[in-house]
Design a protein around this ligand. Sequence first.
Ligand SMILES: [Zn+2]
Length: 52
Amino acid sequence: MKCPICNNKDTGRLSKSRYFCSNCFIEIFYSRKKELHLLKISEDGSTFPISN
Ligand SMILES: [Zn+2]
């Protein structure tokens, strides 16, 4: 899984369809409809969606 924002190939895998980019601090995951979603991870660990 490559990060769609920075093209970092070293994304970590959180679960079956969830990935994490330590470079941009975002979570990447696919919905059931195979739509790509991006979540920004804030310093306190909470996430919020990024519109692309
Ligand atoms: Zn990235």
